[in-house]
Design a protein. Structure first.
Length: 89
């Protein structure tokens, strides 16, 4: 059986886990956040919340993310790419 993955290389279950983490930290409902909605501009996320997302992803997935990656983590698509790259290392 093949697992359905997108260009990020993450399966649907991993994406759902990431979305749960992001929505929990941003205090949003799952249906309020799309893959392309911008955390800062559309959801009023500040830099402290962005760092909290990064730290949670590191803890939950056992990966290391550089703070410089925050600039790419502007929406779920960006977070998926950053996590997939970190897991591929």
């Amino acid at each position: 059986m093949t697992v359905n993955t997108t260009e990020t290389g993450l399966d649907a279950e991993r994406k759902a886990e990431i979305k749960d983490i992001v929505c929990d930290i941003l205090e949003l409902e799952l249906d309020e956040v799309t893959e392309t909605s911008l955390f800062k501009e559309e959801h009023d996320a500040d830099s402290l919340r962005a760092i909290e997302i990064l730290a949670s992803l590191e803890r939950v997935f056992g990966i290391t993310l550089e703070q410089s990656e925050l600039s790419r983590m502007t929406n779920l698509e960006g977070v998926y790419r950053v996590v997939a790259e970190a897991e591929g290392k």
